[in-house]
Design a protein around this ligand. Structure first.
Ligand code: ADP
Ligand code: MG
Length: 692
C-alpha cells in the first residue's frame, strides 16, 4: 500500500482509537489518518527545561523531572480538591499540584520518575508546580515530548492533548514514509521545499520553532498549489470551447459612441478596454473580471463591450442586482445608443406581464440588441437569439450559479463580470482564479478626495447647517438611515420618520425626498429621476442606494449610526459622492462601542482607497466573511493565509498553469501521485472529473 492509500485509512482503525473515540474525533473534522496528520497545532508552547528546581523563578513555565516521594489529597473547599505530590530532583524536594483530578494519585506511585510541566509558585516556601501536563518517564509517548517545544491542539470534549499527541505519533510512524511525495520533484528543488513526510513530522514534533516555520512553508505551498491546479483546470475546461461568432475590427459605431461621449477614457480605462477587445477577438470565450474602485468608470467599459457585440449583429446583456441600477444603466445606454440606431431594452421583475412578453419576443428575435435587466434576465423562459456578450455588474451580489445561468443563455458567450467591491488582487486571484482580471486603478481626472469626518450625534445640527450651505450653492445630499438587519420594514419606517422630521425641521426650506426598500418600483424610479434632475435636494434613504447609483452633483453623504455598517458597505456608500468635479464630504455619525467598530471608522477616516480598506476589512474580519468567499465553493484553507502568503500564492498559481500546460490531464507518470492527491483531497470537485 502506498502512502496516499494508507493515509486514507479511517481513523477508527488506528490502534488506541476505536469507534467511540473515532466519533469524538469526527467532531473535530477528523475522519481519516490524513485528516489527523493535517490537524495542525493551534500553537506551540515553549518549555523551559530545567534540571534542578532552584533554577526557576516565580511564574516561570518549566518542565522538570523528579522522583516521586509520596502524595496526598487535600480538600481545599467544597468542590476543590488538590493532589499534592512530593518529588525530588536529586538535590531539592518540590511539589507538583493537580486540582480536581483524584485519579492522578493512582498513576503516580512512589519511586516512579515523572516529568511535570507547569507554572512555578514559590510563595509558600518550597517550589510548587501547578501541573499543566506531565509524562510518566517510561511511557512511550514521553520521550518525544520531552523537548522544549510542545504542540497545543484545539480539543473537543473527551479528547485531550495527550491522547492527540500520542495518536499523531502513531499516525506519523505507521502511516507515512520518507519516499512519498506528490509535489513534482522539480518544484521541490526549485523552491527548496521540505519533503512531505518531514513537514508533517516537524509540524507535530518540532525540535525548535524554525522547524515549524520550514514545515509550514511547504504546507502553505502545497495547499495553494493544489488549489490553483483546481482553478487552472476549471479554466482550461472553459476556455477549451470555441465561440461561434467573430468580430470585425472596424468598430465604426463604437468610434461614434466614443466621439459623442462628453469625456475621454482615462489611460486605465483605455488599457482595460484594449484587454477586453483583445479577448473578444479571440476564438475562445472571454472570462474576465473587471475590478475598479467605486466611481472609477466601469459602466462605460461595459457599454463599449455591449456595443461592439451589437455592432456585429450580435446581442449583449447587462445584469445588475437592483431595479434602481437597471434603470440608471438603461437610461445611460439608451441616451447614447438610440441616436446610433442600436436598440436597447429593459427587463425587470416589476414590469407588467404584457411588457415582459413583448421584451421576451424582442430578445428572442434578436431585435433587442442590448438588454439591461435584473435577475429577471435569467428566468427560464428567456431565450436570446445570439447572446455574445454577457456582463454582470456588482457581481459579488450574485451567486456562482446565477453567473453560470446567464452564461448559459448564449453558446459560449464572452463574459465580463464587474465589481466595485475592491478585493485585494491576491484574494481575487484565488476567489476568481478561473477568471482573468483587469483593473481600473485610476479615477477620472479632476476628482477631489472626499473629506471624511467621524462625529457624535450631538454634532448633527452643525452637519445639517453645513448641508444647507451646500444645497444653497446647488449641491445635493444623501442621508442614510441606520442599518436594521433584522427587518426591512423597521429600516424603511425609520427612513419615513426621518424624512418627515427633516422636511418639517432642519431642511424645511428645501425639497426632501424619500427612498426605501419597501416602496413600489414606480415610486422608487420617480424619486431617483427627481433626484437625478436636481428636483430633490436631500434624499433620505437606506442601503437601497448602496451600489452603483451615480448622481455626480451629490456632494454630501451623511451616514447615521455608521458604526453598524461594515467597512465594505461604508466605502460603497461613501462612493455615492465624489463622482463629479466638486469637493465632496462624508460625515459618519457614530458612537462606536466596540474596538472593531472604532477600527472601521478610523480606517474610513484614514483612507479612501478601496483596496487598502478591503485589506483592513480582511484583517478585522478574516477572508471567510469578506464578500461572499463562503459561497464561492472554495475548499477551506488550513495553513495558508491569502493575504499574508500572497507571494507564495502567485508563485503557486504560475506553477499550476505551467504544469497543466505541459501535462493538461496529469497523465505523465511523474504526475501520478499528484493526480491521486488532488482526487483524494477534492473528491466532489467537478473540475477534476475531466482529468484522467
Ligand atoms: P463605477 O465604476 O463605480 O461603476 P461609473 O461607471 O458609474 O463608476 O462612473 C462614475 C462617474 O464617472 C459617472 O458619472 C461617469 O459618467 C463618469 N466617468 C466615467 N469615466 C470617465 C472619464 N474617463 N472621465 C470623466 N468622467 C468619467
Ligand atoms: Mg457601477
Amino acid at each position: 500500500m502506498n502512502l496516499i492509500q494508507k493515509i486514507s485509512t479511517p481513523i477508527q482503525y488506528v490502534k488506541t482509537v476505536g469507534p467511540q473515540r473515532a466519533s469524538m474525533l469526527q467532531k473535530l473534522g477528523i475522519y481519516t489518518v490524513r485528516d489527523m496528520l493535517y490537524y495542525f497545532p493551534r500553537r506551540y508552547e515553549e518549555r523551559k527545561l530545567i534540571e534542578f528546581v532552584n533554577e526557576c523563578s516565580q511564574d516561570d513555565t518549566v518542565s522538570v523531572r523528579g522522583t516521586v516521594l509520596g502524595s496526598q489529597d487535600l480538600k481545599l473547599r467544597q468542590g476543590l480538591t488538590a493532589t499534592k505530590v512530593a518529588l525530588s530532583d536529586g538535590m531539592n524536594i518540590f511539589y507538583a499540584v493537580w486540582f480536581n483530578q483524584p485519579h492522578i494519585k493512582k498513576q503516580i506511585a512512589p519511586g516512579l520518575t515523572i516529568t511535570v510541566t507547569g507554572k512555578v509558585d514559590q510563595r509558600y516556601g518550597a517550589v510548587q508546580i501547578r501541573v499543566a501536563d506531565f509524562e510518566l518517564n517510561n511511557s512511550s509517548v514521553a520521550e518525544n515530548y520531552w523537548c522544549s517545544i510542545v504542540p497545543v491542539y484545539a480539543l473537543s470534549e473527551k479528547i485531550n492533548q495527550k491522547f492527540l499527541r500520542g495518536l499523531i505519533k502513531t499516525c506519523l510512524e505507521e502511516y507515512t514514509s520518507e519516499q512519498e511525495e506528490f509535489i513534482p520533484e522539480n518544484l521541490i528543488k526549485k523552491y527548496r521545499l521540505l519533503p512531505l513526510n518531514r513537514s508533517l513530522l516537524w509540524m507535530h514534533q518540532p525540535q525548535n520553532i524554525l522547524e515549524t516555520e520550514k514545515a509550514r512553508r511547504r504546507l502553505i505551498f502545497e495547499e495553494l498549489f493544489l488549489l490553483q491546479l483546481l482553478l487552472a483546470a476549471r479554466k482550461r475546461t472553459i476556455t477549451r470551447k470555441l465561440k461561434f461568432f467573430t468580430y470585425s475590427d472596424k468598430n465604426e459605431i463604437l468610434k461614434k459612441f466614443l466621439n459623442n461621449l462628453s469625456f475621454g477614457l482615462t489611460p486605465a480605462q483605455s488599457r482595460v478596454w484594449q484587454e477586453i477587445m483583445t479577448d473578444m477577438h479571440r476564438s475562445v470565450p472571454m472570462y474576465r473580471l473587471l475590478q475598479g474602485d467605486v466611481g472609477s468608470g466601469k459602466t462605460v467599459i461595459s457599454t463599449l463591450a455591449l456595443l461592439k457585440a451589437a455592432e456585429n449583429g450580435l446581442q449583449g446583456a447587462l445584469m445588475v442586482p437592483t431595479e434602481i441600477l437597471a434603470e440608471q444603466h438603461y437610461l445611460f445606454l439608451k441616451r447614447y445608443m438610440e441616436p446610433l440606431g442600436i436598440n436597447v431594452g429593459l427587463l425587470t421583475g416589476k414590469m407588467k406581464k404584457a411588457e415582459k412578453n413583448m421584451a421576451f419576443q424582442l430578445i428572442e428575435s434578436g431585435q433587442m440588441q442590448i438588454v439591461i435587466g435584473t435577475h429577471a434576465l435569467i428566468q427560464e423562459n428567456i431565450a436570446f437569439k445570439h447572446l455574445a456578450m454577457a456582463v454582470i455588474d456588482e457581481q459579488h451580489r450574485f451567486g456562482v450559479r446565477q453567473r453560470a445561468t446567464l452564461q448559459d443563455k448564449g453558446i459560449c458567450p464572452d463574459m465580463l463580470v464587474m465589481t466595485a467591491t475592491p478585493i485585494p488582487r491576491t484574494l481575487a486571484m484565488t476567489l476568481y482564479g478561473d477568471l482573468d482580471i483587469s483593473v481600473i486603478d485610476q479615477l477620472p481626472p479632476g476628482r477631489k478626495p472626499i473629506k471624511t469626518h467621524v462625529i457624535y450625534e450631538n454634532k448633527l445640527p452643525d452637519t445639517y447647517e453645513f448641508m444647507r450651505k451646500q444645497i444653497r450653492i446647488g449641491r445635493q445630499a444623501y442621508i442614510i438611515c441606520p442599518l436594521v438587519e433584522e427587518s426591512e420594514h423597521v429600516e424603511s419606517q425609520a427612513a419615513i420618520d426621518l424624512a418627515l422630521e427633516l422636511s418639517e425641521g432642519e431642511l424645511a426650506d428645501f425639497s426632501v425626498g424619500l427612498l426605501h426598500g419597501r416602496m413600489k418600483s414606480e415610486l422608487k424610479e420617480e424619486v431617483m429621476t427627481k433626484f437625478r434632475l436636481g428636483e430633490i435636494d436631500a434624499l433620505v434613504t437606506t442601503t437601497v442606494i448602496e451600489v452603483g447609483v451615480d448622481v455626480p452633483n451629490a456632494t454630501v453623504m451623511v451616514i447615521l449610526d455608521a458604526d453598524r455598517f461594515g467597512l465594505a458597505q461604508l466605502h460603497q456608500l461613501r462612493g455615492r459622492v465624489g463622482r463629479g468635479l466638486e469637493q465632496s464630504y462624508c460625515i459618519l455619525v457614530a458612537n462606536p462601542k466596540t474596538d472593531e467598530a472604532r477600527a472601521r471608522l478610523a480606517a474610513m477616516h484614514r483612507s479612501e482607497d478601496g483596496f487598502y480598506l478591503a485589506e483592513q476589512d480582511l484583517r478585522i474580519r478574516g477572508p471567510g466573511e469578506f464578500c461572499g468567499t463562503r459561497q464561492s465553493g472554495l475548499p477551506d484553507l488550513k495553513v495558508a493565509d491569502l493575504i499574508r502568503d500572497w507571494k507564495i500564492l502567485e508563485v503557486a498559481r504560475q506553477e499550476a498553469i505551467d504544469l497543466l500546460a505541459s501535462d493538461p490531464e496529469l497523465k505523465k507518470p511523474e504526475n501520478e501521485a499528484l493526480l491521486r492527491e488532488i482526487r483524494t483531497r477534492f473528491p466532489d470537485s467537478v473540475q477534476f472529473a475531466h482529468i484522467g
